[in-house]
Structure formats: structure tokens, C-alpha cells
Design a protein around this ligand. Structure first.
Ligand code: ADP
Length: 510
């Protein structure tokens, strides 16, 4: 027997033969043993693990209450059989468990294995880490194993969730569909192979710090890109937007880019980059088609208009104009067609950056009256009220500015079929001159108020859709206003009406 590391050999003497002092030593030793057993029991019952002691043949000598509660087994039920513990180990984990035990028994090494153990009450399995240490006698023989089962279900779940999310992220990262970059300031500090392939850069370029998004952005996209980075800084995320990258060989790549700030490294953001060239090419083809179609339509339409007006004059001269009522409706239809084709041409020119502007002095007050008068002659359904006009001049293109107000007035009338008036109001403040066109019509849903200035966008409500239009007018209007350094906004309420406000800075006034 060992006591505090010292061997006590004479304790095997019968008590009656032992001298008094040996009896005292033996008693002390027994007392200490009892205490140490009690300490072990208290410890084994206190720790949050399942605790057990096994004989070298695998049969249980001791299990703590927690073990019995979890497995639902009494000690007697695991004191016979070859591998009594297998009954509460998940079938898929039994083989591994057995192999690990065998190895531990053969080598005397510590046993360690993760397995699912069945809860005797619920029948559910939870992951446990089982650990066991051999205890040896003086001859070095294993006399028992002390073991614990630690519940690692939550840890395993977290690890599994992490593994899955890493797997998903890797699938995306390694796919050759989407470019991914990590940016810090203006520097691209990491990128996946797809992004490098898309832009023609190498991993060495990346390592050497040669990839800087500002240098890779063509000048015409710089403003928009800075705006995007501002959004990223304030909102922590960036709504996907279209731009181009200058590739390593100098070629351009149209892309769609979105990004989010990394939560644990706020100085860095992760961005996705999608190759947008197929869509851009399609758009380009559509634009080319629109431009060609509108050019092709313009000449025959002009000839048609010329011939109908010749016919008009001829019939008027003969005094038989009233007998040909179809002629005037033909002329109206031709004019509508010409306007549509003109709009199409304008849209194409804007797209190509070729919409020309004259620079001339424009009397805004006179222009508004002119537009309102012309419109009043064409559209007798509404009364056009012009208010607050004061003398004010701008430098710009008179026809194009006229086009802005004609369009707004024509929309105001078109989208207020039940109303009787539309109003035009001019207002000059110290540094801006603004013109408001107000109607009392259908109104525009709030969430679509920005979109109506996009190319070919039309409000989706059925009443609006019932009114003919192609969604080009406001796009052209917005571009013309922008060219004149002005702004256009809309204030609208569905069922009540809309007010479009165009404002020009006075510094353009002469
Ligand atoms: P459209 O040829 O369709 O009128 P616009 O570009 O002029 O094209 O206008 C875009 C869309 O905005 C219209 O389809 C319409 O839905 C909406 N809209 C424009 N002006 C008004 C208005 N005054 N009241 C209500 N909706 C309007």
C-alpha cells in the first residue's frame, strides 16, 4: 500500500500481533484513505461531468449520480457483459469508441474520444468528450481507469455551424462566378482567383500592393465610386452599383459591385464583383437598335408630314377641307408619332453622350408663357394657370428648356384626367429660380417618386398604366435639367396630385 508516496509494508500484520504504534499508523492510513475516497466522491459528485471508474476489463466500478441520471442506468447494469458502455453510445460512434479503447488498453495511453451518448430519459443523443486515465499499481499494472464524459454538444453545434458557414463562404470564394475582394482604404488587400482573372492581375500584384481601386477606376466612374465608399462608411453596406474597372492590360470591364464592412474589422470591407459585360453588351445592342430605328423612322415620317400639310393646303385652297375630316386626325397622329420618335432619338443621344445644347440667353418668364399658351391650344381639357412669373433670364438651350416645361405640363394634364386646372408657378429667390408644375391628379406612390426619372420607367399602378406613354419624357427632362446645373424633385400624394419643382441656380442668370 502507498501512503503519501511511502510504502507501508507491515500493515498486513494481524492486529493482535501488531505493536501499538503500528496500529496507530495503520489507523491513520485507513483514516486518510477514507478521507481521500470521500474527497474523490465529493469531487466526482460536484463536477459538471459524468464521472466513472472502470476496471481494466471495461466493467464499471463506480459512476457518479450525474452519469446515472443521464444514462438512466444503474451501476449493476454495467457491471457485466463485454462492452457495457456501448449500449448508450450512438451506433455510428461505437466502432470508433471500441477502437480507441482497445488502443488505450494496449498501450496504456490516455483514452480520448468524441461520441454521441444517449440520454436515457429522452432517448436523444448529445455529443460528449470522453477522457480516461489509467491508474497503475506498484508493478505498473493498470488497476483501473478514471474517466469523465464532458457534454460538448453546444461546442460541436457551433463548430458545425462555423464549418458550414466556412464551407459556404469557400464555395462562393472558389467559384469562378463571382469576384471577391477585401478592401482597406483605397487598397485591395485580398482577392479571390476569379477577381484576379477578371481583371488580369496576379497574386504577386496583390501582394506587392499594386491593386488600388482608385487607380483601377476610370475617371468618369470616380465620382460615383467615391459616393459608394461614402455610403459604405456611413451605412456599413453598399447598395450594388454599376461601374467599370480598368484591367491590367488597360481594357475596361463593366462590373456590378456591392460591399459590406467586416463587423470585426471595421477598417476593412468585403466586396463582391460581378462581370456585367454580357448585360452591358445587350444594353448596347438595344441602344444601337433604338437609335437606328428612330433614325430610320424619322425620314418617312417627315415626308408623310410634308405631304399631309401640302394636302391640307391644297384642300383649303379648294375649299373642301371640311369634307376630309380624316386628314386632321391623320395630322394629329403623325405629330404624336413624330414626338415619340424625337423622344427616342433624344434618349439615344443622351445614352451616347451626344445630345447637343446651344448656349443662349433664355427669358424664362417668356418661355413659360409661350409653352403654356401652346399647350393650352393643344389641350383644351384643362385650364393652365400661370402664376408668379417675373423677369428672369438663364443661359442655356431655349428649345431644350422649353421641352422640360412642355413635358411636365403635358404629364400634369395627362395624369389628371378628372381635374380642371394645372398650375405653373415661378419663384425667384436670392440664388435660385424655381418653377413648379402642379396637378390635382392620380399622384405617384412615394417609393416610385425617384424611379420615374429613370429611362423607360412607368408607375406600375393600373390607372397610370391605362394612360399611354413610354417612360422617356421625365428621363429626358432630368438630363436636360442636370445639364443646366439644375435639380428636379417631385412631391406627390396618391389620389391628390403631384408637384414637380425644377430649380436652377441663379449664378447662371445673366
Ligand atoms: P410617360 O410617357 O409614361 O408619361 P414620363 O417619363 O413622362 O413617361 O413619366 C414617367 C412616369 O411617371 C409615367 O409613366 C407616370 O406613371 C409617372 N408620371 C409622370 N408625371 C406624372 C404626373 N404628373 N402625375 C402622375 N404620374 C406621373
Amino acid at each position: 500500500m502507498m501512503l503519501n508516496g511511502k510504502q507501508i509494508k507491515h500493515l498486513t500484520l494481524p492486529l493482535w500481533k501488531a505493536p501499538i504504534k503500528y496500529i496507530a499508523v495503520q489507523k491513520r492510513a485507513e483514516q486518510q484513505l477514507k478521507e481521500s475516497r470521500e474527497n474523490f466522491r465529493v469531487l466526482a459528485e460536484t463536477v459538471p461531468q459524468l464521472v466513472w471508474v472502470k476496471r481494466p476489463d471495461g466493467l464499471y466500478k463506480y459512476t457518479n449520480q450525474r452519469w446515472r441520471d443521464y444514462t438512466g442506468l444503474m451501476l449493476e447494469q454495467v457491471q457485466s457483459g463485454r462492452w457495457p458502455c456501448l449500449q448508450f453510445i450512438h451506433p455510428d460512434d461505437q466502432e470508433g469508441h471500441r477502437a480507441h479503447w482497445q488502443h488505450a488498453l494496449d498501450t496504456g495511453d490516455m483514452f480520448e474520444h468524441k461520441a454521441r451518448l444517449r440520454n436515457g430519459q429522452t432517448g436523444e443523443y448529445r455529443w460528449f468528450l470522453t477522457r480516461a486515465m489509467p491508474v497503475r499499481d506498484e508493478a505498473g499494472q493498470i488497476v483501473k481507469w478514471f474517466g469523465t464524459n464532458t457534454d460538448i454538444e453546444d461546442q460541436v453545434r457551433i463548430e458545425e455551424a462555423l464549418r458550414q458557414s466556412q464551407e459556404r463562404a469557400n464555395a462562393l470564394m472558389n467559384s469562378n462566378i463571382i469576384g471577391i475582394t477585401i478592401i482597406e482604404g483605397e487598397q485591395i488587400v485580398d482577392a479571390n482567383d476569379t477577381f484576379l482573372r477578371m481583371t488580369g492581375y496576379t497574386r504577386e500584384d496583390l501582394r506587392a500592393g499594386n491593386m488600388n481601386w482608385r487607380h483601377m477606376t476610370p475617371s468618369e466612374y470616380l465620382d460615383r465610386t467615391f459616393e459608394a465608399h461614402q455610403e459604405l462608411a456611413t451605412q456599413q453596406s453598399l447598395t450594388p452599383f454599376e461601374k467599370e474597372y480598368v484591367c491590367q492590360d488597360g481594357s475596361r470591364l463593366p462590373v456590378l459591385v456591392g460591399a459590406v464592412v467586416l463587423p470585426h474589422q471595421p477598417r476593412q470591407a468585403i466586396a463582391f464583383v460581378l462581370d456585367n459585360s454580357a448585360r452591358k453588351e445587350l444594353e448596347q445592342r438595344k441602344d444601337t437598335f433604338l437609335s437606328m430605328a428612330s433614325h430610320e423612322l424619322r425620314n418617312p415620317l417627315a415626308a408623310l408630314k410634308l405631304q399631309t400639310s401640302l394636302l391640307h393646303r391644297q384642300l383649303a385652297r379648294q375649299g373642301t377641307l371640311e369634307q376630309a375630316p380624316a386628314l386632321s386626325s391623320m395630322e394629329t397622329q403623325i405629330n404624336t408619332l413624330i414626338r415619340l420618335v424625337e423622344d427616342l432619338l433624344d434618349v439615344s443621344k443622351i445614352q451616347a453622350g451626344k445630345l447637343g445644347y446651344r448656349q443662349e440667353r433664355v427669358d424664362l418668364d417668356a418661355l413659360l408663357h409661350e409653352v403654356a399658351d401652346t399647350m393650352q391650344q393643344i389641350k383644351a381639357t384643362h385650364t393652365i394657370v400661370v402664376r408668379g412669373a417675373t423677369s428672369c433670364s438663364l443661359v442655356g438651350d431655349k428649345d431644350r428648356l422649353g421641352q422640360v416645361f412642355t413635358n411636365l405640363l403635358s404629364n400634369a394634364i395627362k395624369y389628371s384626367p378628372q381635374a380642371e386646372t394645372v398650375e405653373v408657378e415661378m419663384d425667384t429667390a436670392e440664388d435660385v429660380v424655381s418653377v413648379r408644375v402642379r396637378d390635382h391628379g392620380l399622384g405617384i406612390p412615394r417609393e416610385q417618386c425617384e424611379k420615374i426619372f429613370e429611362r423607360f420607367y412607368r408607375v406600375t399602378s393600373p390607372r397610370q398604366k391605362g394612360i399611354a406613354g413610354l417612360g422617356m419624357g421625365l428621363y429626358i427632362v432630368a438630363k436636360i435639367v442636370k445639364h443646366h446645373k439644375g435639380t428636379i424633385t417631385v412631391d406627390s400624394e396618391v389620389g391628390k396630385g403631384s408637384t414637380f419643382t425644377v430649380a436652377f441656380p441663379k449664378r447662371r442668370a445673366v
